[in-house]
Design a protein. Sequence first.
Length: 251
Amino acid sequence: MKTFSLAASAALVTGSSKGIGQAIALGLHEAGAKVVFHGNTARPDALPEGCDFVQADLFDPAAPARLIEQALAAQPGLDLLVCNAGSFFDVDFLEMETAQWDRTINLNVRSVYFIAQAFARAMVARQRPGAIVIVSSTNGFQSEEESTAYDTSKGALVMLTRTLAQALAPHGIRVNGMAPGLIRTPLTAPWIDAQHEKRAHYNKKILLGRIGEPVDCAGATAFLLSPAAAYITGQVLVVDGGLTTGQIGKM
């Protein structure tokens, strides 16, 4: 169906040098979009030929505006944004210090807020409709052990999705969220592979019987950005293989 095609669009995907972000960016490229990849280090070798790459450190408060400016310079037709960049810096709650808390909130929430703002300002100035997908997590709905700052940041992104959908609807900009469950990424793979009992537990708890891969997040994001989702805004699509559906899982 042409309504699922992104051939008429250009997209910026933050945090797309690896993991979920890279899988999403590659999926949007496959769906026809011109994609601007982003990372905080040099351009990865594995990106498709002809795709643009922007390097930016999102801990810098000035980075969001510069990032959108550079993405627009690379792709003047930019009309899609995926806010994916984020990370995990938690320690036990009783050991949490202000600096660690700020590191989580500044990357996972502040940068998303102001990247979306810079993007929206550019779209409004050009009188151009657009769409945003904010990548949160099932941690935005359910808490996890030793994850207080991360869980809080992801819960904030769930509400950010809803409040930006309301703020930007008059400007023709849709805002939705995509909440991955347990996905094997460079961040999670070390403990997934090292802890066999936990891996076996999750394989039973997840209804589809396996831990997710980054590519599992690509189709959902492409759909939310596509014309097929033209009447959808303010929603968060959970992509977790059924992890959060049942209370206990298979025994």
